[in-house]
Design a protein around this ligand. Structure first.
Ligand SMILES: [Zn+2]
Length: 69
């Protein structure tokens, strides 16, 4: 069996990236506001929404909705 250089098996280092997501969008994705309209009262659980990590992976967000949605 041949030896393998372990360094080549490690994922490449990634630089931190600033994402174009504002505070309201984060509140919606984080379930602090209705995912559809941004209302913050009488929220109930809704479906999972997914965003890309930019490398083929997905990140799930357990969103919530207001009574109108
Ligand atoms: Zn709503």
């Amino acid at each position: 069996m041949a030896d393998i250089d372990a360094a080549i098996l490690l994922p490449p280092a990634r630089a931190l990236r600033r994402l174009p997501v504002d505070r309201e969008t984060l509140a919606r994705l984080g379930g602090e506001a209705c995912i559809a309209c941004g209302a913050v009262a009488e929220l109930r659980p809704a479906r999972m929404e997914f965003t890309s990590d930019g490398a083929g992976g997905l990140y799930g967000w357990p969103t919530r909705v207001c009574p109108q949605h």
